[in-house]
Structure formats: structure tokens, C-alpha cells
Ligand binder design. Sequence first.
Ligand SMILES: [Zn+2]
Length: 97
Amino acid sequence: MTIADFQKLMADLYLEHDTRRGLGGTFMWFMEEVGELSTALRSGTREEIENEFADAFAWLTTLANLAGIDADAAVTRKYGTGCPCCNTSPCSCVQKP
Ligand SMILES: [Zn+2]
């Protein structure tokens, strides 16, 4: 499944509900999921961490749907040729502490 496929799946599953909730309410749900990901990374099992990554990514993709952003195109445009700063992969930017 590509990012574009996943974004379409999220739209097919939830866009009607998400549209009613709106961008602001959906953003709060996304932030709650990010908090749950943080908790899982600190003390969760591998399965819990995977589930929270899936949820955070799903909500991020939902936000893209509501904002009218093609997430696949956006990440490809920004990162498709390497680091957006130095344009190499791996990044050769000077690491800052
Ligand atoms: Zn770089």
C-alpha cells in the first residue's frame, strides 16, 4: 500500500465523519494520538507501539484529507531526492547538538 492508497482508504472510511468534526477537532484527536504514541514508546509493548504508529499516521493522513493535501505528493516533493537541505542521502548536513 502506498501513502496515496492509504490516504484514499482513510477518506473512504472516515472523510464524512472527519468533515463533520472539522480540521480543529481532528487536529486535537491527532495530538491525542501523538501523546499515546509517546506513552507507548516509553513503556509499551512492540504491539502497542505498532498500533500507536498506525493510529498517529492515520490521523495525520486524515488531516491531509481535510486540508486538501496530497500527502504522497508532498513527501515526494520534499524528500524524494534526499535531504531537503543538502539534497543527499544519507544527509550530509553538519549535525547540530
Ligand atoms: Zn542534509
